[in-house]
Design a binder for this molecule. Structure first.
Ligand code: XMP
Length: 606
């Protein structure tokens, strides 16, 4: 192997690939390996990192893997599940309990090369159910963690044995929210494993152009382009690799787009030099028909994904593009969240990963030049390719668009089991001087690498931002069945929150489109658009004020790669304007701000 390299063992954790990205950004090649790969496959590496996993270490059912790695004379670092496996393998104990989501502090017990250059207390990011409660004789505790909501300390958040060169972190150094996580990974890669850097992003671009030419051969590509950052970069990259005359591009108006978006998208693509190769079809009626009567988020996603492909195939046939390969701007999180690696849980089905597309993938008819990248890397590539800044740094928008953000319900509120946890919810709320009430609706989230389809809590009352965040974090950590918290922006707590039967209809989409436009205007007016990663506006079928209207949730988040996210505090003046502008819309009964980190929430509600 010409480069010094690190192997990442992918146990299906949401962040396995992110570890590889972080190592590569240090200039060191990192390659993903499977847990059952033969021991020889690990020979070329100077170090091994074991990822997190949706399976539970304490129960150990899924812990079948090539355990001979522990006999290799190279350093091994375990993260989350990997940390628990290392502790267990060398005589420690792991229990089912001590779960933590989101921010925590790592308190180091002393100096160690893994933490060289860092302070005694470091902000870190957690997402786990199981915990290490003791370590074997050769190990020592390098750090313990303290949650920021005042919960109990957790011991053994970082462990290590210098004689064995085995280490474990309960937290995730690979996510951006572990502020100095890059430094910890660098310390492992350079100080502990002794790697030398030799891998660059420019090299990646050149390799990628060659890879596209190799895969496509003398054929052409027909690309489905929503106009978001990913498909824009993918289209530009394909045009660069193959020449514009071998790239055809279809933009479909699915009726789920933002206000005036399709027109802007088409203008950009025509400017790319693709000219008559840019095609457009308004299929909004088809999409609405496919969504009629659907409530369950995954059913909606599949209907949207299938309709995309049907329309795409019909247009391809009409245009005579029979032999073209299908191009998509799929990025890595789309694959991992769809359960696209062997052990990963399905958090959601991305529109570009529905079964028909999976079949085309298996048949080698799919070209996805961004498949190994995260949004941040896609944006860097976009800048390298000369795409205008305002396009590259536009807020991400999901392929299924407002179809995801218009929550649906059958009117029952899914309230089974809620009565039992209601007193606990109220009690945690009181601890922070807030009124806390479970909302009768469910939305998708992610906890310890698993999909969580659970209820939100509505907090009412005035309080400092830090206290609101602490209440939200305590509620999702302490109360089972809660994956989000929102803050009521209306003056009073609602008397009741009445679930309304709702599906995706043109009227609801028009209302959501207008609400979204008002939120975006507000962010721009206050100069906040560029500071914020993304700000979904969500239509939730709950009547909070008895006027038959729905709840609007605004979710501004900070993130870098969308795998984790933190809520953003908006100025009070903007919150006042949003409350006024949104409540003024016909069909709105309340306005709330989302306070949830990812995990346990996702960025989108669905
Ligand atoms: P979540 O909600 O999983 O979203 O935290 C992470 C990021 O992915 C975007 N997203 C999608 N993008 N097709 C896409 O192209 C999809 O089906 C899809 N679903 C979510 C989301 O907007 C966020 O930026």
């Amino acid at each position: 192997m010409p480069h010094d390299a690190i192997a990442i063992i992918d146990f299906g954790g949401q962040y396995a690939h992110l570890i590889a990205t972080k190592v590569r950004r240090l200039g060191v090649l990192a390659e993903i390996r499977q847990p059952e790969d033969p021991i020889d496959a690990f020979a070329p590496y100077r170090g091994i990192i074991i990822s997190g996993s949706p399976s539970l270490s304490a129960h150990g059912e899924d812990s079948e893997y090539t355990k001979e790695i522990y006999e290799l004379d190279v350093p091994i670092l375990g993260l989350c599940f990997g940390h628990q496996e290392i502790a267990k393998h060398y005589g420690g104990e792991v229990i089912h309990g001590g779960r933590q989501w989101g921010p925590a502090e790592l308190h180091l017990t002393g100096e160690h090369p893994l933490f060289a250059g860092l302070g005694p207390v470091e902000p870190v990011w957690m997402s786990h159910y199981d915990s290490v409660v003791s370590v074997g004789p050769e190990f020592r505790e390098l750090g313990r963690s303290v949650t920021t909501d005042g919960g109990p300390d957790h011991r053994y958040a970082a462990i290590g044995s210098d004689s064995l060169r085995r280490y474990g972190f309960q937290f995730h150094p690979e996510v951006d929210d572990t502020v100095h996580g890059d430094r910890m990974i660098a310390n492992f890669v350079f100080e502990i494993c002794g790697c030398r850097p030799s891998w660059t992003m420019e090299a990646f671009l050149e390799e990628e152009l060659d890879r596209i030419r190799d895969q496509v051969g003398d054929r052409s590509v027909f690309l489905l382009a929503s106009g978001g950052v990913d498909s824009t970069v993918a289209a530009t990259l394909l045009a660069r690799a193959l020449g514009p005359e071998r790239v055809d591009l279809l933009h479909i108006d699915n009726g789920l787009m933002r206000k005036d978006e399709s027109a802007q998208v088409l203008e950009f693509f025509r400017g790319l030099g693709l000219g008559s190769h840019v095609h457009f079809v308004d299929a909004s009626d088809r999409f609405l028909a496919a969504l009629a009567g659907l409530v369950e988020p995954e059913a909606k996603r599949r209907a949207i994904g299938d309709t995309f492909i049907e329309v795409f195939q019909e247009e391809g046939a009409r245009l005579g593009l029979h032999d073209h390969l299908l191009g998509q701007g799929t990025i890595y999180p789309d694959t991992i969240e769809t359960g696209g690696t062997k052990r990963a849980d399905t958090i959601k089905t991305h529109h570009n990963r529905v079964p028909v597309v999976q079949e085309m993938l298996a048949a080698g008819r799919l070209v996805e030049p961004l498949g190994d990248l995260y949004k941040l890397e896609v944006r860097e590539l976009g800048e390298q390719l000369g795409i205008p800044r305002q396009l590259v740094w536009r807020h991400p928008f999901p392929g299924p668009g407002l179809g995801v953000r218009a929550l649906c319900g059958d009117g029952s509120g899914d309230i089974e089991g809620l009565e039992e946890i209601a007193p606990l919810v109220a009690e945690v709320g009181r601890r922070y001087d807030l009124d806390a009430e479970i909302l009768p609706i469910r939305s998708v989230g992610v906890k310890a690498d698993l999909r969580a389809y659970e209820h939100p809590v509505l907090l009412s009352g005035d309080s400092a931002w830090e206290s609101l965040l602490a209440a939200a974090s305590a509620l999702t950590a302490e109360v089972p069945g809660i994956n989000r918290c929102v803050w009521n922006l209306a003056e009073d707590a609602p008397a009741t929150a009445l679930p309304l039967p709702a599906t995706v209809t043109r009227e609801r989409l028009d209302l959501l489109r207008e609400a979204d436009a008002r939120v975006m205007d507000g962010l721009r007016r206050h100069g906040l658009y560029d500071e914020i990663w993304q700000c979904p506006t969500v239509l939730v079928p709950l009547d909070l004020s008895g006027n038959g209207g729905e709840l609007i949730v605004v979710r501004p988040v900070r993130s870098r790669r969308a795998m984790t996210a933190t809520p953003v505090e908006l100025p009070r003046a903007l919150l006042d304007e949003l409350r006024r502008d949104l409540l003024a819309l016909d069909g709105v009964s309340g306005v709330a701000l989302d306070l949830t980190t990812k995990p346990p929430g996702t960025i989108e509600w669905e």
